[in-house]
Design a protein around this ligand. Structure first.
Ligand code: NAD
Ligand code: TDX
Length: 337
């Protein structure tokens, strides 16, 4: 069946991959991509999306109530897949306000518009609002334990970014319970792959190494993140959107925990082969002041999505990291040539 999907934040890292993916899987779907094109939204990410009659891009703010209501009256939206957010923890520590505006207020505006439109159509319990969330909402784990967050773990956000995402998740859940809206949520671990903004850890390591600049690792470099290849995440998102149960939540994990220092060393090894210098890139690793309130470790238990929806990641970390580094090297060479 043909569907019209409103995808928010489609010029960002994950959602731009998702749009490529969904257009290959379901070419009959009409995609409406709304993005404010903040510093994080990139024309490069959109370049690969062919502008055909079943794709529309709207430059706009999800917190703009009038615009969002217009979109719901102009299009017969069957589902919302909500990615748009301010996504960088360090920025949220410097200034939380835009995180509240986009992540909390923006989500509320979308929920209300969807609720009104779908209520009028008598389809409130059928059309789906999918909230894309993060493992950060569960808080932080100690190193050297086997503990993981599962879908029942109480929320314990510890920085303004994760607090804004946790608030948005709770608003989504509340609309599901209060108005019988068909909502679903997933929380994934750290994504990596081509096209991620330069401010995030993996692009920072690659870019600084290529430029011969210090590679900054916060604190002792032992903080652990669980890395998931972005295309594997897209496959999971497709399954949750189409087959996930209403009001439920799904954790999505790469089952691939790495400390920041291990990760930096791996990337330097790849670059030592790809772009050899007179010294090893590892010599550029520099320990800096720690991030304030730096969460020590994230790890999510993903057994639910594996057993109920049959998902598992297909990309190995070795192959995914090589592919990612090669992509950034290629971009860097184009720019510096
Ligand atoms: P990103 O920062 O690369 O992209 C976010 C996009 O949202 C940008 O294109 C930006 O222009 C747009 N945007 C921001 N505020 C907006 C607004 N008010 N109105 C319209 N558009 C707006 O983010 P990402 O890393 O691709 O993350 C996408 C989603 O996935 C976010 O909700 C994030 O919380 C979640 N998530 C990310 C990761 C990760 O590792 N990157 C992991 C788990 C969950
Ligand atoms: O220069 C750096 N040096 C460094 O040591 C940067 C940018 C980060 N770090 C550390 C902090 C974290 O321990 O690396 C780790 C990863 O940092 P980020 O790339 O900023 O990601 P993180 O804070 O883990 O959050 C990410 O995953 C969850 C995304 O940015 C969020 O949007 C997502 O929800």
């Amino acid at each position: 069946m043909s569907k019209s999907l409103l995808i928010t934040g489609g010029a960002g890292f994950i959602a731009s991959h998702f749009i490529h993916y969904i257009r290959q899987q379901y070419p009959e779907y009409h995609i409406i991509n709304i993005d404010k094109l903040t510093y994080a939204g990139s024309d490069t990410n959109l370049k690969h999306i062919t502008f055909t009659e079943n794709y529309d891009f709207i430059k706009g703010d999800i917190a703009d109530e009038q615009l969002i209501n217009h979109i719901f009256s102009d299009y017969d939206i069957d589902g919302v897949i909500h990615f748009a957010a301010e996504s960088h923890v360090d920025r949220s520590i410097k200034d939380a306000k835009t995180f509240i505006e986009s992540n909390v207020l923006g989500t509320t505006v979308l929920l209300q518009a969807a609720r009104n439109a779908w209520n009028k159509a008598g389809e409130l319990d059928k059309r789906r609002f999918y909230q894309i969330s993060t493992d950060e909402v569960y808080g932080s784990l100690e190193l050297d334990t086997d503990k993981r967050f599962n879908e029942q773990t109480p929320y314990d956000p510890r920085n303004p970014y994760s607090a804004s995402k946790a608030s948005a998740d709770m608003l989504v859940k509340s609309f599901g319970h209060t108005y019988d809206m068909n909502i679903v949520t997933s929380s994934s671990s750290n994504n990596y792959g081509p096209g991620q903004h330069a401010e995030k850890l993996i692009p920072t390591i690659i870019s600084n190494a290529l430029h011969g600049k210090p590679i900054p690792l916060y604190g002792d470099g032992k903080n652990v993140r669980d890395w998931l290849y972005v295309k594997d995440h897209c496959r999971a998102l497709d399954l949750v959107f189409h087959e996930g149960k209403t009001l439920e939540k799904y954790n999505i994990s790469g089952r691939n925990e790495q400390s920041n220092i291990e990760l930096a060393l791996m990337i330097c090894d790849i670059l030592d082969h790809l772009k050899p210098k007179t010294y090893s890139h590892k010599e550029l690793i520099t320990f800096t002041d720690d991030r304030q309130g730096h969460d020590r470790r994230y790890a999510v238990d993903d057994r639910k999505i594996r057993t109920t929806l049959g998902w598992k990641p297909l990309m190995t970390f070795d192959a995914g990291l090589n592919k990612t580094v090669e992509w950034y090297v290629d971009q860097w060479e184009k720019v510096t040539l």
